[in-house]
Design a binder for this molecule. Sequence first.
Ligand SMILES: [Zn+2]
Length: 188
Amino acid sequence: MSAMSDPLLDGLQQHLAAGGNVQDALAGLAQSELGQTDPALGLLSQFLARREQTLERDLEVQENEEDRLEARARLEEVRRLEEARQLEEAQRQERRRARLERLRLRLEELEDDLAACQARLDELALALGACPSCWGEDAGCRLCRGRGRPGFLRPDPEAFRRWIVPALPEREGSPPTGGAAAPERTAL
Ligand SMILES: [Zn+2]
């Protein structure tokens, strides 16, 4: 074995000293006169060269595998982030939808309240003989031209009984009859 090792080492050292890597050195050695003149040494050199190629290939495969795993891990992370983002977006949409629904219901309530207030105000204007549009506060009012304060019109008897009479002292609690019984301010 030692008789074979020395020429091999010498050959390797020569090739390495000339520059280049081990693989090239071994391949060169296998082609060299030394390799050709000693078949066993040539075979060993070829074997070592192939072995190194195999190891480099294995290493390359392993590195590729590690790259692949790393890329897959990154992809998984991106997917997780995307799923989390989508979930958050869906929750945000749901909160917005619920808020809009609450606002819509609230708006409906307010519209109902406003309609009820408007209806009561109209009835009160009837009871007081006031302009239902401006109550005499708008000189540009098409109905009364600003003259529609309470008493401007003959109070509606039914509305008067319902809204005004309960607030009057006992003796004054009789509903107006016709235009003659209109409240005093009508005379103004
Ligand atoms: Zn008016």
